[in-house]
Design a protein around this ligand. Structure first.
Ligand SMILES: Nc1ncnc2c1ncn2[C@@H]1O[C@H](COP(=O)(O)OP(=O)(O)OP(=O)(O)O)[C@@H](O)[C@H]1O
Ligand SMILES: [Mg+2]
Length: 326
């Protein structure tokens, strides 16, 4: 099953060497089975250009799903509709999963953070030097030509001039017209997929606005992300993940998760500007594993990461003490 064995014969005079090599595809196949996505092949018929190999993610960390089947839902959406929208609070693993989906599909990942001041020139391309000889494709144009997964992070922060030019491309039969380059028409590559993501709780971050309506209409599937543990819901999978990644006993990890679940609830209610992700909790656990008390380790990690403001830090500290004690 995907376990391809290559036999190469090299002959030099009378000597014959036979080399056997097992391709790493085996790993991807078993991962696809694990996430239940073997029947959706996004890379069907795709020939990965040598120059884009570096854009295919490798060794993505494990993604803990706890029954949400996010990976399957996203890959299925891409398979049938070519695009999907991910919506959920900060730190719920949206970016992580996009890397994993690219790796599983063997497709290059074109990542654009719409919150940054990326210009139309950066995205579409430009002539360099004098005259009209040397054109350099921007990321969007490269994706359109060569295929892969276009990941538009923080899509609701996209500037209007970029959104306007992107819209026609988001029709599945779409194509891109490069006005800048003698109106060259570039059809959307058959293996060109789009994932957009955004954070609905980002009112405290400047620049967030409702997603452009034309854009919204073009997304067929919306996958809602949430934390593994929030409020009274404590996920055993998350407890185990932190325990394994930080190398701390499950009892300690469970306390950490209880604190996190409470902070996440407050964040979702709008009472805190940020809530800890799995990654933040691993950092907390690593310092505990090194010998710090959980309270001291929290001070350097989740207390500090939540905010610079003394009052907010006080709230986080109180919750840590309430759950963990002194
Ligand atoms: N279910 C999960 N399994 C394993 N790791 C996870 C999971 N969810 C989040 N993480 C880890 O938590 C950290 C934050 O995740 P990520 O950056 O993907 O979140 P995000 O949803 O993209 O956040 P933002 O909206 O701020 O961009 C990463 O280190 C990621 O690996
Ligand atoms: Mg992200």
């Amino acid at each position: 099953m995907g376990n391809e064995i290559r036999v190469r014969a090299e002959g030099t005079g009378a000597r014959l060497t036979v080399k056997l090599s097992v391709t790493p595809k085996v790993g991807v196949d078993s991962l696809k089975a694990k996430y239940g996505v073997t029947k959706y092949d996004l890379g069907q018929g795709y020939a990965l250009p040598e120059s884009l190999k570096a854009l295919v993610p490798k060794n993505s960390p494990e993604y803990v799903e706890s029954g949400n089947n996010y990976v399957e839902r996203i890959i299925r959406a891409l398979y049938y509709f070519k695009q999907a929208a991910l919506i959920g609070p900060s730190g719920t693993g949206k970016t992580h999963i996009v890397y994993l989906v690219s790796e599983l599909s063997g497709l290059p990942l074109w990542e654009i953070n719409c919150g940054l001041q990326t210009s139309v020139y950066d995205l579409f391309g430009r002539f360099v030097g004098l005259g009209k000889e040397n054109w350099i494709d921007g990321q969007l144009v490269s994706w359109c030509r060569y295929g892969g997964i276009l990941y538009l992070d923080e899509a609701n922060m996209m500037k209007q001039d970029v959104a306007t030019r992107l819209n026609p491309l988001l029709d599945t039969r779409g194509h891109l017209v490069l006005n800048e380059k003698d109106n060259e028409v570039i059809p959307r590559h058959p293996n060109g997929y789009v994932i957009i993501s955004m954070n609905p709780f980002a009112s405290e971050f400047a620049g967030t606005k409702p997603l452009n309506a034309a854009f919204r209409r073009r997304m067929s599937v919306w996958v809602d992300f949430d934390y593994l543990s929030v409020g009274a819901r404590i996920s055993k999978d998350e407890v185990d993940l932190i325990s394994k990644k930080a190398n701390i006993p499950p009892e300690t990890s469970e306390k950490i998760i209880r604190v996190a679940a409470e902070l996440r609830k407050l964040y979702k209610n709008g009472d805190l500007p940020y809530a800890p992700s799995v990654g933040d909790l691993v950092n907390w656990g690593v310092l505990v594993a090194d010998g710090l008390t959980p309270t001291a380790a929290a001070e350097e990690t989740i207390v500090a990461v939540t905010s610079d403001e003394a009052e907010i830090r006080g709230t986080v500290r109180r919750i840590v003490q309430m759950v963990i004690g002194k």
